[in-house]
Design a protein. Structure first.
Length: 396
């Protein structure tokens, strides 16, 4: 099998779902004959190198490209240099900032480029000009991989040609999460434990979870809720914990490195998101044989079969969350049965090996196609003439 040399490009503000997926992909692709060069944006105004450190700890080759807030053509040229140095065949981007810079480098170097759209927001006004430029660039990519059918539909609705869009579900190393030992650094002994692993962002539904927890504590006074992760809304979540009088029940545990141990410490995993693509943390919890309570958003209903391998509730439904969690905490046998089914489902459908094989196939299809379509020159000028001071790590 002929090796395919791929430059994986990402901008990161922490270690979240896209970063997790990318490291799983790189670790599994060697068996498929892919040689990955990892490149991380070092965003000068908001530096974060956690992804870099995690990649290094897993024995992966990773470098950084320095990038200022405005459209930085020096960063584009540096990416081009890496393309030449590593004899790269194809660029694979993750997130809108990587999409834009990767597209420019590919266009100038006559290299094919593909993107993974993790939870693409498309036409929302939240990021304004960057969504518009991302949409414009993605239409001219050689291929796009959406992590769920819902994300794929958003791309189609934005005008991306259907023949360029495919769905490739995220995958994980299932064995890594099976048989973990409960984390000893978080004191939850003798308690019922509900766990959350998520970016501390209100879009993850923390407001509704804490409302549910307030009621659950009336039934299970010793309940502990362990929230693992960091993010921009940590202060708002801390304030809600105080407002609801849950300081003795809720533990904000920050980032943790021993994730199998984190899941092993839980009785029930909960993810009450308001919107999602395909959350890696749900797959990890299922691999760890934990029953999951999650919301009916994104690709979650394609993974969680309500009443079989987990429970689904509507987003923003605090009462539904409370009832679903209570039903599991009250019935250890139900927890065990759902956890076993969850593990079996993930093992059969969401492995990192299967994900890696699908991306290898996509790369081969792209390398057999003509090179990148030309973007109109006046549109290229948009990247340098607009004020891009807000292009930052949130593009991951």
């Amino acid at each position: 099998m002929k090796p395919v040399k791929v430059l994986q490009l990402i901008s990161s503000g922490g270690y979240y779902g896209a970063e997790n997926m990318l490291l799983n992909l790189c670790a599994s692709q060697e068996k498929t004959g892919c040689q990955n060069s990892l490149l991380l944006f070092y965003n000068v105004h908001v530096p974060n190198i956690e992804f870099y450190e995690r990649a290094r700890s897993r024995g992966l080759s990773v470098r950084m490209v320095h990038c200022k807030g405005r459209a930085d053509w020096r960063a584009v040229r540096q990416i081009e240099e890496y393309l030449r140095e590593d004899s790269i065949d194809l660029i694979h981007t993750h997130g809108y900032k990587a999409d834009l810079y990767g597209f420019l480098a590919a266009w100038r170097s006559n290299k094919p480029v593909v993107a993974t759209c993790h939870n693409w927001v498309g036409g929302t006004a939240a990021l304004g000009i960057y969504n518009q430029l991302d949409r414009l660039a993605l239409k001219r990519f050689n291929a796009l991989a959406a992590v769920s059918d819902e994300v794929a539909q958003r791309l189609l609705d934005a005008g991306v040609p259907a023949e360029k869009v495919t769905t490739i579900a995220n995958g994980i190393n299932v064995q890594a999460f099976a048989g973990g030992l409960p984390l000893s650094t978080i004191d939850v002994k003798g308690s019922k434990v509900v766990g959350v692993v998520a970016r501390l962002d209100l879009q993850k539904g923390f407001e509704y979870l804490l409302r549910a927890v307030r009621e659950l504590c009336k039934i299970f006074p010793e309940l502990k809720v362990v929230i693992v992760g960091e993010g921009p809304d940590r202060k708002a979540i801390e304030d809600m914990v105080k407002e609801y009088g849950l300081q003795s029940n809720v533990i904000l545990a920050g980032q943790q490195s021993d994730m199998p141990g984190v899941y092993a410490a839980m009785d029930v995993f909960v993810l009450p998101s308001l919107n999602e693509g395909l959350p890696m943390t749900i797959l990890e919890a299922m691999a760890a044989s934990k029953p999951v309570v999650a919301t009916r958003v994104g690709a979650i209903p394609s993974v969680i079969k309500d009443g079989e391998n987990g429970l689904l509730v509507d987003p923003r439904d605090a009462n539904g969350l409370c009832n679903a969690i209570a039903s599991l905490l009250s019935d250890p046998n139900l927890c065990s049965r759902m956890g076993e089914r969850a593990h079996d489902w993930v093992s059969a459908n969401y492995t990192s090996e299967a994900m890696a094989r699908k991306y290898r196939k996509l790369y081969e299809e792209v390398l057999g196609r003509p090179m990148l379509a030309t973007m109109p020159s006046h549109r290229l000028d948009d990247l340098s003439s607009n004020d891009h001071s807000n292009i930052d790590a949130r593009g991951a």
